[in-house]
Design a protein around this ligand. Structure first.
Ligand code: SAH
Ligand code: SF4
Length: 402
């Protein structure tokens, strides 16, 4: 079943907001932001604005190169495009970046950016530097329509899909701040991308696919699909298409091995159960021993962390003959969260059982906890601000009345 994601799917959970489908956010000044548009679309916009077809073909290629390979944000930087043409482009187009509201650095080197879209929506991205790699954790939505009980993002009420430009824009901004233009395959700090920021990427399939295609394009940002991982909470009907149309590594937020526990902590399980999910993993195109599926498992004290559950996890992985590895994530707490983190001894015992069955089960070290940048801690202050805004408006109204 290939459900179109431009229309909202019914989603389990106690709230069911409808994400707004949109390809691009119209700008107030009427100019078109070229970020996030495929090469052919740039060409058709040039044609639409009156450029000759031959010119349009050449210029769209040049623009693409300047934008994605060189990181240009102004037309007057484009030295092989005639100077007389710069104002013409300037009047009609813009090369945007998400607005940075706040940038924070953790004591462990992790960086977090709070970003704002043209229409005033906030979302976050995180960069995690390691000795041999640098991973950018990219958001796919503002908030998330799902309500996994251990995840702070899931408590945000405001939800909208990010556009391809806003998704690619995160990578462009990271390259800007790491000073990594022009794009080159060697010696980069930003080597990997994980779609593990805010949002459920498979509930924003078209935009995520289009953005990842731009990110993987060899003439542009040129990141290999082997270095990109998409994480899903288990949107089963979209998994085959993700494999076929995007082809990146798959991570699945399993987090529990029984219906009872998974229904509670990952409510989408009430719609697509564990067995169905694991079958979709077994069918995932491109999964093999060299490209394993990652099962993410958040360790919640006395909820999902027993030896018996570790053994059941091994049994399930074997039953479906999955080329799998398990990532154990100690729960990252947030104010008011209904769970505790498993003890380090429990995490180790759980990991050992899986490891002894011949399945890799590393324990993830939490990164950037001090700046709320760790897995599941992303939640912008926009909600708080809009509440404050509402209060202020209420006060003003009151004052006007009396
Ligand atoms: N929506 C997608 C991707 C974003 S979440 C998904 O759910 O897979 C990235 C990972 O962080 C997921 O495995 C998620 O379950 C996990 N996570 C969420 N909240 C967490 C928390 N408080 N502590 C640890 N991991 C958490
Ligand atoms: Fe959404 Fe993923 Fe958080 Fe669940 S864990 S609420 S799917 S972001």
């Amino acid at each position: 079943m290939n459900a179109p994601l431009s229309t909202a799917m019914p989603i389990p959970g106690h709230i069911d907001p409808v994400p707004v489908p949109r390809a691009i956010t119209p700008r107030e000044d009427g100019r078109i932001d070229l970020i996030g548009l495929p090469k052919e679309e740039i060409r058709s916009y040039l044609l639409e604005k009156g450029m000759e077809p031959k010119q349009a073909k050449l210029r769209s290629k040049q623009l693409w190169h300047w934008i994605y390979n060189r990181g240009a944000t102004r037309f007057d930087q484009m030295t092989d495009i005639a100077r007389t043409m710069h104002p013409w482009l300037e009047e009609r187009f813009v090369i945007g970046r998400p607005q940075v509201m706040e940038a924070q650095v953790s004591t462990d080197g992790t960086r977090k950016w709070l970003l704002r879209s043209d229409d005033g929506q906030d979302y976050e991205m995180v960069f995690i530097p390691d000795a041999d790699r640098g991973t950018l954790c990219v958001s796919s939505q503002v908030g998330c329509t799902l309500n996994c009980r251990f995840c702070h993002t899931g408590t945000m009420r405001l939800v909208r899909n990010l556009t391809p430009g806003e998704i690619v824009g995160q990578v462009m901004l990271a390259r800007d701040s790491l000073d990594e233009w022009p794009s080159q395959p060697d010696g980069r700090m930003l080597t990997n991308i994980v779609m593990m920021g805010m949002g459920e990427p498979l509930y924003n399939f078209d935009n995520v696919r289009d953005a990842l295609k731009l990110i993987m394009d060899g003439d542009g940002l040129a990141l290999s699909k082997r270095r990109i991982t998409l994480s899903t909470s288990g949107v089963v009907p979209m998994m085959a298409r993700a494999g076929e149309e995007i082809g990146v590594n798959l991570a699945v937020s399993l987090h529990a091995v029984t219906k009872e526990v998974r229904d509670e902590i990952v409510p989408i399980n009430r719609k697509y159960g564990i067995e169905e999910l694991l079958q979709a993993c077994a069918d995932y195109p491109g999964a093999n021993n060299a490209r394993r599926i990652t099962f993410e498992y958040v360790m919640l004290k006395d909820k999902n962390d027993s030896d018996e559950e570790a053994r059941e996890l091994v049994r399930l992985i074997r039953k479906y003959k999955l080329p799998a590895k398990v990532n154990l994530i100690p729960f990252n707490p947030w104010p008011g969260a209904p769970y505790d983190t498993s003890t380090p001894e429990r995490v180790r015992a759980f990991s050992n059982i899986i490891f002894e069955a011949g399945i890799s089960a590393p324990v993830r070290t939490p990164r950037g906890r001090d700046i709320d940048a760790a897995c599941g801690q992303l939640k912008t202050t926009s909600e708080k601000k809009s509440r404050a805004e509402l209060d202020r408006l209420a006060e003003e109204k009151q004052a006007a009345l009396g």
